[in-house]
Ligand binder design. Structure first.
Ligand code: NAD
Length: 243
């Protein structure tokens, strides 16, 4: 199938679908200037994964704070890109019902998406590891909770931690309802998040994967585009506008 045929096909499926779920990963935000984790330029090629782990927070807090201070700096001025904007518009047009994201950058909401399940939390806030109280990330430099003196940490899921139950249930329910499930910019290697597209396909939803590199679930998908997500969504948006 040519690229143009793929885009037309996806537009047709979006039109037909009763309940479209979009599942995004770091590749949805690379056009905003945030590196992903596992591609050639990815963050984990530069720093080891263990830095963002619960083990480092508890046993090597100086290293943990240095790493996150730098990371917060990168997130400070970041803006949504065409991927986030198009998905937000599709939701307002009734074409997308839920976005399930692994990203912690908050860019889907910033672009206007309302129904978003943030599986790995959100970098906009920090919380106390002891009492759970939330604070704006600007006070992260203080390192200790103003309320109880416990350690401050990003309000994200660290490696070695469980997913937030409420968001997971929301994502799970949307996956059960989905008749079209579109993956955008994820290597589909982080579990349990990556179980959702698998589950959608097994339940009979059409599975579409838009990712620059091949993923382990490509063989299960009804349509695979190894292209830039922004280019694909823009082209599909063009087809949708023609209807
Ligand atoms: P990942 O790095 O494992 O995979 C990203 C994938 O996106 C890669 O396969 C890459 O080829 C693809 N990609 C990159 N740019 C693309 C583009 N413009 N168009 C299409 N595809 C593109 O990331 P993941 O699957 O999201 O998994 C891992 C974890 O990364 C998540 O837990 C998430 O919390 C975290 N993360 C989040 C951010 C963020 O919030 N922006 C950034 C980095 C990592």
């Amino acid at each position: 199938m040519s690229n143009a045929e793929q885009y037309a096909q996806l537009a047709a499926w979006i039109r037909e679908a009763q309940y479209t779920v979009v599942f995004t990963g770091a590749g949805a935000s690379t056009e905003s200037g945030l590196p992903d984790f596992r591609s050639q330029q990815g963050l984990w090629k530069q720093v080891p994964e263990r830095l963002a782990s619960i083990d480092t927070l508890l046993n090597d807090p100086d290293t943990f704070y240095e790493f996150y201070k730098e990371r917060f700096e990168k997130f400070r001025h970041v803006q949504p890109n065409r991927v986030h904007r198009i998905l937000a518009r599709w939701e307002s047009q009734g074409r997308v019902r839920m976005i399930i994201t692994q990203n912690v950058d908050g860019l889907h909401r910033m672009a206007g998406s309302q129904e978003v399940a943030e599986l790995h939390g959100n970098n906009a806030q920090v919380r106390c590891h002891a009492c759970g109280n939330m604070f704006p990330r600007e006070i992260f430099d203080r390192r200790y909770c103003p309320d109880c003196g416990g350690m401050l940490r990003p309000n994200v899921v660290l490696f070695g931690e469980a997913l937030p139950m409420g968001e997971w249930i929301k994502a799970q329910q949307a996956t059960e309802r989905a008749d079209l499930f579109v993956v955008v910019g994820s290597s589909l290697t982080v579990y349990p998040a990556a179980r959702l597209p698998e589950e959608a396909a097994h339940r009979g939803a059409r599975l579409v994967i838009i990712n620059q590199e091949p993923t382990g679930l490509d063989g299960l998908a009804d349509l695979v585009c190894h292209e830039k997500a922004g280019d694909v969504l823009e082209a599909v948006d063009g087809w949708l506008a023609q209807a």
